[in-house]
Design a protein. Structure first.
Length: 346
């Protein structure tokens, strides 16, 4: 089996084929012509596996190009190839050739690297979710700027929720005095227009996100406390569920697996600060919804932990760990259902 390690860059890619003790190298451009040259070069290795450093980053385009042609591709994390490079003979030297060889060596010795899968609706949901987060951040920043201007235009600004309709009514009632006040009012109108545009974009994006979730066929929204937005966030940050060997592995990735803290005769557990914080936040919001509205027995479970002597924070951590297991099972069942649906068509 030949391992072809690839060190991708924006304009150039460095490939290194590792076959026993024989090393063959190729340098090509990041273009369709370069990809075809790479495929032609790799034909001399009948049994091959591609190992791409950062297959979901700079190497995404090349990885998807290879997967679409039936090639086996695995993703090599940058820290893993860096560790191989540091422990090798290269010392502190770092070149594209050394990086490509380190990637191939890492793929040869590792046993749990994730194979790259073709992009599907999960990728679409992840992109829409990221776009929605960016729009929300932009709207929050614009609203804060608008609120600051309103405070300068009138004492106390606009109390309560800052909506486009309320701001428009307030601006119509303001009679600026002086050049500075006139410019503040004009800037406020500009920011109000930006907020209206962002609101329209968010409404359109929510429709596209809802359609993508419907096409995906996820049943996450059947869980108590999980709406369209939280379901999209869970799918986007979980990725392919097959990369997790068990619910415990998934809980550790989400940062909800408890960490034991022992001192003397006292033993307790605290929440891990590691893991995917966006996924952790989504699980926390689901837990809050279940406790507040008693969805899926969340409040009953939470109160039972309180009765056992746990603090409110410890009880919430227990609920989040329980939710991680449920989310894993739902995602796993959805994956199996999609595979079963595809088989007759094949």
């Amino acid at each position: 089996m030949t391992i072809i390690g690839v060190d991708p860059h924006k304009s150039l890619h460095e490939a290194c084929a590792l076959d026993s003790d024989v090393i063959t190298r190729l340098r090509m451009t990041s273009s369709r012509t370069g990809y075809q040259k790479l495929i032609t070069w790799a034909q001399s290795f009948p049994e091959r596996t591609w190992a791409i450093e950062g297959a979901h980053g700079l190497g995404r385009h090349l990885a998807q190009f290879l997967v679409a042609r039936g090639e086996r591709v695995v993703d090599v994390p940058a820290f893993l190839s860096a560790r191989v490079r540091e422990l090798g003979r290269s010392g502190n030297r770092k070149t594209d050739q050394i990086d490509a060889l380190a990637t191939a060596l890492a793929a040869r010795d590792a046993i749990d690297l994730h194979p790259v899968q073709p992009e599907d609706t999960t990728t679409v949901i992840a992109m829409l979710n990221e776009r929605r987060d960016n729009l929300i951040a932009a709207r929050t920043r614009t609203a804060n700027q608008l609120h600051a201007l309103l405070c300068d235009l009138t004492p106390g600004g606009l109390p309560g929720e800052l909506t486009a309709l309320r701001v428009a009514r307030m601006l119509r009632s303001i009679r600026p005095e002086g050049l500075a006040a006139e410019q503040r009012k004009q800037l406020a109108r500009d920011l109000l227009g930006d907020i209206k545009t962002l609101d329209r974009q968010l409404a359109d994006l929510d429709k596209r996100l809802d359609a993508a979730l419907l096409e995906h066929g996820t049943t996450l929204t059947d869980l108590g406390g999980v709406g369209v937005v939280l379901a999209a966030r869970v799918l986007a940050h979980s990725g392919p569920i097959t990369r997790f060997a068990s619910p415990a592995h998934y809980a550790s990735y989400a940062g909800v697996a408890p960490v034991e803290v022992a001192s003397g005769e006292r033993t307790r557990h605290r929440l891990s600060r590691a893991g995917n914080r966006q996924l952790n936040c989504a699980i926390h919001l689901i837990a809050l919804q279940q406790v507040r509205h008693n969805r899926d027995g969340g409040r009953v479970y939470y109160e039972r932990k309180i009765a056992e002597g746990k603090t409110a924070r410890e009880a919430m951590r227990c609920l989040k760990r329980r939710l991680a297991t449920r989310l894993y099972r739902v995602l796993h069942d959805d994956h199996q259902r999609r595979l079963t649906t595809r088989e007759p068509a094949a």
